[in-house]
Ligand binder design. Structure first.
Ligand SMILES: [Zn+2]
Ligand SMILES: [Zn+2]
Length: 312
């Protein structure tokens, strides 16, 4: 059962008042709990809709006090904001990123928070991830061309605006060129796993990715564990969390958008038993995804240590 008005068990930081304010939740927003913390959202530096400054404005307007822009394999969005813009917004922004990694031959995402953005290891990691993304984009475009759909790479590069193009950018091209009705159909017919234009990337192992973040002084967070098809059962989810901990992971995203309270409660118990801390993130990408607005995530179940007490 999720509490109303609190999102986690009281901690020493709660008693200081500052953390208590950040932990306040308001259940009046369409049945969601409104955290003042959102440590997972995307700008147009990867596949999000909003420019970093607009995203920061939205976070601040939504009352978020602590946030991280966690673009895929880049922190260019965060870096593009001036210190003045960051401090004027009233929303504290941590350096953030969402790395793609590999767990049991499947893609698994790891959010990095609070790292040193000038650390040579993290810069080299961003570079190598981007090389993988560009290579995948070239292969994907070649497959589309073989299927009779030319021009995909140039269009995807344009949509990506200087970032490495991802599948959503190709989906946009397929929609705009009239090949499919919407992005969902683009994935169903061409881009999704096992479809004719799908090009799996061999991402580095979870341990290597968590190591990059830790070496740069950050916390590695297992992103949206309830969306993985390879971790649908309780025992598979438990093994994923245990492996993540062994690999140097520090926290698991427990308060996530789109998950039922029952699944969040189950995940919370597994995370509490693992000794890892808990994070919260909407994985916001675009305004049309009304279920993924910043901070609109379920409350943290009781008994979990929020990862953000480190920065509040
Ligand atoms: Zn992700
Ligand atoms: Zn994400």
């Amino acid at each position: 059962m999720l509490g109303v008005g609190r999102i986690c068990a009281p901690s020493a930081r709660d008693r200081t008042g500052r953390a208590a304010a950040i932990l306040a939740s308001d259940p009046s927003h369409h049945g969601f709990f409104w955290l003042r913390v959102d440590l997972h959202c995307h700008s147009n530096a990867s596949d999000g809709e909003l420019a970093p400054a607009d995203l920061l404005g939205l976070l601040a307007a939504d009352g978020v006090e602590l946030a991280a822009i966690t673009d895929h394999d880049t922190f260019d969005g965060w870096a593009s904001l001036s210190p003045e813009a960051k401090s004027a917004s009233g929303c504290r922004l941590l350096p953030g990123i969402e790395f793609s990694s590999c767990y049991q031959n499947r893609e698994c995402h790891v959010v990095g928070l609070g790292f040193d953005p000038g650390h040579p290891g993290i810069l080299a990691a961003v570079d190598s991830q981007n090389r993988r993304r560009h290579e995948r984009a070239r292969q994907l475009a070649a497959r589309l061309e073989w299927l009779g759909i030319p021009g995909a790479l140039d269009a995807a590069l344009l949509h990506a605006g200087g970032a490495a193009p991802g599948r959503p950018h190709f989906a946009r091209f397929l929609v705009e060129s009239g090949r499919v009705r919407d992005a969902e159909e683009a994935f169903d017919r061409y881009l999704g796993e096992g479809k004719p234009a799908a090009c799996p990337v061999v991402w580095p192992h979870l341990e290597e990715v968590a190591g990059w973040i830790r070496s740069a002084g950050g916390v590695a967070v297992l992103a949206h564990p309830l969306v993985y098809s390879f971790a649908r059962t309780r025992s598979k989810l438990r093994s994923l969390i245990a492996t993540f901990r062994e690999c140097g992971g520090g926290a698991v995203e427990v308060a996530m958008a789109g998950a039922s309270p029952e699944r969040v409660a189950q995940l919370g118990k597994l995370v509490a038993a693992s000794g890892l801390r808990a994070s919260a993130g909407s994985d916001f990408h675009a305004m049309a995804q009304h279920w993924r607005r910043p901070c609109r995530v379920p409350a943290l179940p009781a008994g979990l240590e929020p990862v953000w007490t480190e920065w509040t």
